[in-house]
Design a protein around this ligand. Sequence first.
Ligand SMILES: Cc1cc2nc3c(=O)[nH]c(=O)nc-3n(C[C@H](O)[C@H](O)[C@H](O)COP(=O)(O)OP(=O)(O)OC[C@H]3O[C@@H](n4cnc5c(N)ncnc54)[C@H](O)[C@@H]3O)c2cc1C
Length: 333
Amino acid sequence: MENILFLAHSETDGALAKAALEALTAAKSLGGALTAGVVGSVALPVAERTLAVCGPEFSAPRYASDAAAAELLIRTSGASLVIAACTSRWVRVLPGVAHRLGGRADTHVTQIKPADGKIAIRRWFYRQRMEAELERSQRPWIILVEPGCYEPFAGSLNGAMEPLTPPAVEARTRVEGVQAPRADEQTIRPDAKLLFVAGAGWTKKQRDGKEHIEEAEKLILGFLNAAQASLGSSKSLVDLSGEGQKVLRFLTHLNQVGQTGATPRHPKGLATCCHGEEPHVVGWRFIRERRAVNLDPNCGWARGKADVVYVADAFEVMAKVNELLKAESSQRA
Ligand SMILES: Cc1cc2nc3c(=O)[nH]c(=O)nc-3n(C[C@H](O)[C@H](O)[C@H](O)COP(=O)(O)OP(=O)(O)OC[C@H]3O[C@@H](n4cnc5c(N)ncnc54)[C@H](O)[C@@H]3O)c2cc1C
């Protein structure tokens, strides 16, 4: 029998984020007793027994404090199996913790399942092109569950809290505060209903023989704000900045979708001025409803990669769409 620890970092109010609740569902799916371990400024009960390392110095992500807290929680629980969400915070820290404990860690795990009395995991390799199922004999085995693979746990969370004396942390980094753009300035919105992809065509010379970069920026940002869509891009467009060409200022490599970029999970996608080449479209594998606007009737999207292709000028189409969205919102107001 495995001794299971569900490990989470809490939000500032002690609650668990969606990714943590999904990992909790994965942990509970294995059955048997479950201990929870929580790191953060405050912690609330999660399981029958919840160990907690709390305090202001455990609020913000920082390798030294997160690793020390996770190590203490795993040692105290005596867990052989540790299940956590594959968040950017944990993925930086937990492989190092596994090394300290003589165990192993696996990241980007999509499924955990009992197999003939043992535990097996499934995970992807090579950007979701290959799927492997594996088991490990080393313990503790730390399993980081990829967000979006399990339903968030919706049951009630209660039990006894067991606060631990926080470990002494020698940290070179002091967190003084967090500077982040306002939420409505973010262009990457994982929870949006629509992924809007901008391709290199937005920066190319148009019918009048001229580039219209400022107009492109206005149209794209206007649409993103009105529809609260998430912004993706092709590699060609994000690479242009490196080649000293005029670019859309709000795009970075983080927006890139595709084989060497991201694989977003929005339910719908709209590609504009993007050719729809295979290395880009592989990043769309989780997007079920796909539409594209392209001047070229032979573009990749028209070859079975989109459900609907509008053979049209994206500048005209998006200007009209923005106009309709504006009219709709003023009708609602
Ligand atoms: C190993 C490898 C990995 C790669 N990884 C990625 C990746 O992760 N992501 C990625 O995106 N690419 C990737 N690529 C590059 C990919 O193959 C394509 O080169 C790239 O996606 C092309 O970008 P694009 O469609 O925006 O640009 P283009 O190919 O230049 O297409 C521009 C499109 O805009 C259209 N257009 C122009 N003006 C208008 C207008 N007014 N209205 C409507 N349409 C218009 C044109 O018809 C054209 O189809 C990779 C390539 C390799 C070799």
